[in-house]
Design a protein. Sequence first.
Length: 131
Amino acid sequence: MRLIWYIAVGGAAGSVTRYLVGVAIQSRSGLDFPAGTLLVNLTGSLLLGFLIRYALATPAISPEIRALLTTGLCGGYTTFSTFSYETVALLQDGDWRRALLYVGLSVGGSIIGVLLGMAGAQQVLSLRQAL
């Protein structure tokens, strides 16, 4: 249960940081492009890569702190970092086929999921208006 609290604290910090960074970058960029989300995904992946490599190579970082920083902080900041790390792990294992399948299913499936979710919400909205 103690580990769960570490992850929860890291997740809360990551989520708040994601919001603050995303809004700050998006409002300053003036772009009609999700620059804030892109920056969060890129920096989250960079941070997770660093933290995992460093934390697993030294006994100075306890499993609780490692979970707080990786699953908690980076996971709350962006789950894209976890996706990126898992893809790299598959590639490092020489499993190119599964890596490509994972990328294709994750990106394509997620886009389809968003489209289906939006269509479902539209149906609910239409039903509510009909009442």
